[in-house]
Write a protein that binds this ligand. Sequence first.
Ligand SMILES: Cc1cc2nc3c(=O)[nH]c(=O)nc-3n(C[C@H](O)[C@H](O)[C@H](O)COP(=O)(O)OP(=O)(O)OC[C@H]3O[C@@H](n4cnc5c(N)ncnc54)[C@H](O)[C@@H]3O)c2cc1C
Length: 718
Amino acid sequence: MRKPLLLALLLLLVALFFFFDLGDWFTLEALKQQQAHIATLRAESPWLIAGGFFVLYVLMAALSLPGAAIMTLAAGAFFGVWQGLVLVSFASSIGATLAFLVSRFLLRDQVQQRFGDKLKAMNKGMNRDGAFYLFTLRLVPVFPFFIINLLMGLTALPARTFYWVSQLGMLPGTLVYVNAGTQLAAINSLSGILSPALLASFALLGLFPLLARAVLRLVQRRKVYRGFNKPRHFDCNLIVIGAGAAGLVSSYIAAAVKAKVTLIEAGKMGGDCLNTGCVPSKALIRSAKLAHQMRHAAHYGLTSTTPKFSFKHVMQRVQAVIRKIEPHDSVERYTKLGVDVLQGHGKLIDPWTVEVTLTNGTTQRLTARSIIIAAGASAAVPPITGLDEVNYLTSDTLWDTMAERDTPPKRLLVMGGGPIGCELAQTFARLGSEVTLLQRNPRLMPKEDSEVSEWVKSALTKDGVRVLTEHSPLRVEQGRDGIRVIATHQDQEIILECDDLLLALGRKARLQGYGLEALGVTTERTVTTNEYLETLYPNIYAAGDVAGPYQFTHTAAHMAWFASVNALFGHFKRFSVDYSVIPWCTFVDPEVARVGLSEQEAKAQHIAYEVTRFELDELDRAITDGSDQGFIKVLTAPGKDTILGVTIVGEHAGDLLAEYVLAMKHKLGLNKILGTIHVYPTLAEANKYVAGEWKRAHAPERLLSWLSRYHRWRLGKR
Ligand SMILES: Cc1cc2nc3c(=O)[nH]c(=O)nc-3n(C[C@H](O)[C@H](O)[C@H](O)COP(=O)(O)OP(=O)(O)OC[C@H]3O[C@@H](n4cnc5c(N)ncnc54)[C@H](O)[C@@H]3O)c2cc1C
């Protein structure tokens, strides 16, 4: 049945109930008056009366009509305690479930769509503890029966759970009412049935399952430590394993709040971002961009030229950039900040002890009340046949391998069309390599909207990258003239030859080799943590790439705040990690930046949205700079200026995004951006213009038509 029809039918039935004053039949007085008459009817046809009563009760409950309490008393009065209890218990549960289903069918989608974001936490709570909440609400009979039915219908609680928990939870209250009904003559008001003492006992009974759960959790927490001897004294308050973004920020915070903290790093301080990730890749991207601009200098009225360069010098610049940033993450700096830095390999021995094998070969054991695992991730290398037989590169090995080369690879094959693959493919193409980009998915950067994928594909293609989507690597061989990659495309095998093969197939959390397995710390693709970033052992935390779900430097730092604060102060208050506003940027040219929802995500999550766009070819500064390609796309809640998500394709998109990240984080809408002065001529003005587009689309048409009349009248013409 279609929703409007069902709604109309229900409203009609409820209206009829009130129109004919049927509620008058469901009062204490009416019940007392009819008791003798019903008793006679029941003596004549007991099954018919019981059946009729049952159906009536189900209907009343399903339609959320008032009178459930009176009907329950009536059950006691007409049928006695046990038969009355059975009838009411089933009728009320079935009726409640029907009301629950009606509410779910008619309203849940709209409610979830409208308040999806705000309901996220509630949905999560309902998924986890819904049955417990419902049980508590059912046990304490002061919570209105029909409101619980309707509200629960809007949540994600399964109908089956709703039914059985309702039946079980309502049983004690039903028994009290049915039993009271057997003494109908003595009852003068409904409120007298439940004494305060009885209500308090129900409330306690309702809290019992929640308390039991808390105790169970405590026992389980204790259980994981069974068999270990907790030290009586600790060497440190906190040990951090890994000095990448997550580890550095964690130890920085700990030292700032005067905790004794030891940071252990097996490789280079600064981790992937500084040494093999963000920093070298962005430095190389900059050189490649300059080469590209030289080739296209004519766009700026200069003479285009083919850049001549020593690749070795380019790579030396990359290393020089790293060296310039290095002091920010150095042992010296962190030591000065109050962190004890140990250079060596850390290994968990028990939940409080870490053994460090120092770079000089000696070992030492340290204990701490809390430990943060910030061991990061490494390049994923999938099991492709023949891969082990060739010298493939990953983003981890690329920098050292290429450091000594005089020229960039002649023919480079990049496997993987995600952010890292796209950035490096474009970069090497701009530096003169013949680049082929192999992507299994039909689109590049498939986490973004398809129009973004198209932009990236077109940008890469323009720079000379041969983009092959829907190509799956089958095997790899070492040929005489280089590496041969055999891939399948539409059931056909194709052979691709290259001098260098770069794998950019994702990053795999580091989960082995430092004691996680021996301690039984649960892992899947990453170390498993709860919302407080606690692992199986509540005093061992994980942050950054090793814990996911995002693999960015800024999210590693963000998680580090939660891990370190919870590790040091969790016994007072724990904070659950907040992933509500996570921005990121892929540094292809033009850049692709995003925060919040994309259109494809909004659709997949059934979240209603409106789109407002601004094309950068209309922006003065972008035109003066010759960088007027791209757009800003803002998703807002229908009819409101609340920002749900922003995608920017364009020069400095990552920088432009910051305004929206701030707006979303602090719940500022597009009206606030529109009301903010932006310097002319800047790229940031685009943010104001997109807000202007939104405003124009939401102009108060009626008011404007009145204003138009007003102005015509002011002209003094008829
Ligand atoms: C090519 C590339 C480009 C990238 N570009 C960007 C970008 O532009 N923006 C962005 O935000 N992110 C980018 N990233 C991702 C970013 O580098 C990571 O998200 C970030 O480095 C994660 O930090 P982390 O602290 O979790 O881990 P890591 O930086 O990996 O640090 C972990 C550290 O732990 C150490 N370690 C591991 N095990 C032990 C042990 N047992 N004992 C002692 N030490 C140990 C490792 O040696 C390592 O130094 C890029 C990544 C790559 C590969």
